[in-house]
Design a protein. Structure first.
Length: 113
């Protein structure tokens, strides 16, 4: 059964940092590329980061240099380290298998003073 559980969101001031985690159930995690998406109020969901099974990474231009995606296959976990946060980073953040149509509940990140 595919299950993804995101955590680590919260309220942070502009310029602050957060680390999101996503724990995957089952035995397919290490064989699949992973992604982080976000959806801000009134906007379409957008991909912010991708990591392959061999840890090759791709970032959206809006977060490049500020966000870092990583994975720990032993823990079935993918991370998103977010630094220098901006108010426009406020969104519900989701992790996602690259080739499986499943979405968890997400974790809310709010950047505000």
């Amino acid at each position: 059964q595919v299950q993804l559980v995101e955590s680590g969101g919260g309220l942070v001031q502009p310029g602050g940092s957060l680390r999101l985690s996503c724990v995957a159930s089952g035995s397919i995690f290490s064989n699949n590329a992973m992604e982080w998406y976000r959806q801000a109020p009134g906007k379409q969901r957008e991909r912010v980061a991708y990591i392959s099974t061999r840890a090759y990474t791709v970032y959206a231009g809006s977060v490049k240099g500020r966000f870092t995606i990583s994975r720990d296959n032993a823990k079935n976990t993918v991370y998103l380290q977010m630094n220098s946060l901006k108010p426009e980073d406020t969104a519900l953040y989701y992790c996602h298998y690259y080739n499986i149509d499943y979405w968890g509940k997400g974790t809310l990140v709010t950047v505000s003073s």
